[in-house]
Design a protein around this ligand. Structure first.
Ligand SMILES: Nc1ncnc2c1ncn2[C@@H]1O[C@H](COP(=O)(O)OP(=O)(O)O)[C@@H](O)[C@H]1O
Ligand SMILES: [Mg+2]
Length: 324
């Protein structure tokens, strides 16, 4: 029998380790149910050795945040020649850095909240940098997820401590104008819109506790006009393409009652616990959790797979080009 061994990579380095363990366990069980040969590989130092020892042929990434979602593990897998689920090195790195991603969104005419990035070194100048951005504003780690280190700031006095606390996760914070509105997330799978979901929560921000310990309500489809929903889905697809994403991605928006929708972020490794949004959206489209895992696995690939050896170029041609 020629069956590929799937390594489900879980745990990892970041602050989102616990969620990753849940995501990973759910994925591993689903794939086993469907008859795949699965090994759970705890990600951490020595990951290359663990993957070799386990005889993994394809990696299913159930990681979130630092190292696992920002392109670093993807780079290791490229070097090892192991296909993996989700986006490649560059798209993962760009999506994880909310400041960089914002620049790209703007280049593609995708509206995103006004804001600025501030580093630990500029902490003393944050009140000046803030200028007329106003309050309330949202302060969050520039590279992070799951609302860890995020705060809603109402006054200038609260700003510096909030920035300092967000900077603890990677050294930079993103300060954004607070946009009041409905929260909608759009799921993309293999370059196509899978569907969207509105999340309503009793607290002012969609905080960590609400996200992972219940309390949030989900509306599929979102309580928006069909035109507005399809506009959001088109924006999500543009964002996915702008960053060069692959596999599954989840794109977060805020839709104010009056005014245009704004794009918050692209998640290149969306949560896959039973209560996560991507599986909910897939289910509404008739895809069970097991179907979704199999589809993601089928989309696993290496970025470098199409790279052919460079054609030989004679020295003369090179000289001529340079001379031109
Ligand atoms: N500019 C903003 N205006 C209003 N709410 C925001 C804003 N930025 C973040 N939030 C709230 O915080 C949550 C998490 O922010 P997000 O940028 O999606 O980061 P992550 O999910 O990676 O922690 C959002 O789902 C939203 O509820
Ligand atoms: Mg988010």
């Amino acid at each position: 029998m020629n069956q590929r061994r799937v390594g489900v990579l879980l745990g990892g380095w970041g602050e989102e380790k616990e969620i990753s363990m849940k995501t990973g366990e759910a994925i591993a069980s689903a794939l086993e149910k469907r008859g795949h040969a699965v090994t759970r590989v705890t990600a951490g130092p020595g990951l290359d050795q663990s993957l070799r020892q386990a005889g993994v042929d394809v990696a299913f990434l159930a990681l979130h945040g630092r190292m696992g979602e920002d392109g670093k593990v993807q780079g290791l897998l490229e070097v090892m020649g192991l296909p993996y689920t989700g986006s490649g090195v560059l798209a993962s790195a760009l999506a994880m850095n909310k400041g960089f991603a914002k620049k790209l969104f703007r280049q593609h005419n995708l509206a995103t909240p006004a804001g600025y990035v501030v580093g630990t070194a500029e902490l003393d100048e944050v009140e000046e940098l803030h200028c007329d951005l106003g309050f309330p504003c949202v302060v969050k780690p520039a590279s992070g997820g799951s609302s860890v280190g995020l705060s809603l700031v109402h006054t200038l006095e609260e700003l510096r401590p909030a920035v300092a606390s967000a900077c603890r996760y990677g050294g930079e914070a993103l300060v954004e104008r607070y946009v009041k509105g409905r929260e909608v997330t759009v799921a993309i799978l293999g370059g196509e819109v899978l569907g969207s979901c509105e999340i309503s929560s009793p607290s002012a921000t969609f905080d960590y506790t609400t996200k992972y310990e219940g309390g949030a309500r989900y509306h599929l489809p979102p309580r928006l006009s069909p035109t507005r929903t399809s506009n959001l889905e088109a924006m999500a697809l543009t964002a996915y393409r702008a960053l060069g994403c692959k596999g599954a991605a989840r794109i977060d928006f805020i839709c104010p009652d009056i005014g245009n929708e704004v794009l918050l972020e692209v998640n290149t490794l969306p949560g896959m616990t039973p209560s996560s949004l991507l599986p909910k959206i897939a289910k509404a489209r008739g895809l069970s959790f097991e179907d979704l895992c199999e589809k993601l696995l089928a989309l696993a690939e290496l970025e470098n797979v199409d790279v052919r050896p460079m054609p030989r170029v004679s020295a003369r041609v090179v000289v001529e080009r340079h001379a031109g």
